[in-house]
Design a protein around this ligand. Structure first.
Ligand SMILES: N[C@@H](CCC(=O)N[C@@H](CS)C(=O)NCC(=O)O)C(=O)O
Length: 214
């Protein structure tokens, strides 16, 4: 299989974490795509130009991190990240939705920051900063949910990839006032799959701007 990524993409990071957690490294070739560049050869592979993108051994071509993570999880016939059954299904979906909502907002904010200064929208920056603050407050409570602890799942992976964007956004300060979230994140971020896929920090990206960022 071929998994197209960029090093800074939190969505691609989710798929990379699943590859590592499932021990699929020998089956999945990780390829850095050139995104956000006019006439990138990557557009001939994935016309949307987004990452992650997976080309399976069976020829299947998949977009969307949630779909790709599920496909990778099932690739060994022994899925570990399916939603829990019964009453917990909707709780799991609710938490995954909340985590993705935070991630989507922080991704928009991060993209705005990577634009040239004279192209950045102050109102978008403010809107996403405010949303990020509200979501961090919400997660300081939600992090007590039993599904956010114990065996790793997609809710945890999604939230951790969102919070991990602090490395790419110097204005994202979700830690102050959120001690439970800090403890939770620091523990999950120490897992080898998270350490290996940690995004390059914003200063490094600015020093060597890559069209493929984030
Ligand atoms: N909903 C998509 C979002 C993917 C996405 O927005 N990826 C960004 C990188 S973080 C991208 O590829 N941007 C390149 C572009 O917009 O051309 C998912 O979950 O996979």
């Amino acid at each position: 299989m071929k998994l197209y990524i960029t090093p800074g993409s939190p969505y691609a990071r989710m798929a990379r974490i699943v590859v590592l957690e499932k021990g699929l490294q020998s089956r999945v070739e990780i390829i850095v795509a050139q995104t956000r560049r006019a006439d990138s050869p990557y557009y001939r592979i994935n016309p949307s130009g987004r990452v992650p993108y997976l080309v399976g051994d069976d020829g299947v071509r998949l977009e969307e991190s949630a779909v790709i993570c599920a496909y990778l999880d099932h690739a060994d016939g022994n899925a570990a990240f399916d939603l829990p059954a019964g009453d917990r299904t909707w709780e799991a979906r609710r938490l995954e939705g909340l985590a993705r909502s935070m991630l989507d907002g922080l991704a928009v904010w991060g993209r705005e920051i990577l634009r040239p200064p004279d192209e950045r929208s102050p109102s978008v920056l403010q809107h996403e900063a405010d949303r990020g603050r509200r979501m961090a407050d919400l997660w300081e409570t939600e992090i007590d949910h039993p599904l956010m602890h114990g065996t790793l799942n997609m809710m945890q992976i999604t939230l951790a990839c969102a919070l991990g964007l602090e490395a790419r956004n110097p204005d994202l300060h979700w830690r102050p006032g959120h001690p439970k979230l800090v403890d939770w994140f620091d523990e999950i971020a120490a897992r080898p799959s998270f350490v290996t896929t940690a995004p390059p920090d914003a200063a490094a990206s600015r020093a060597t701007p890559t069209p493929g960022s984030p």
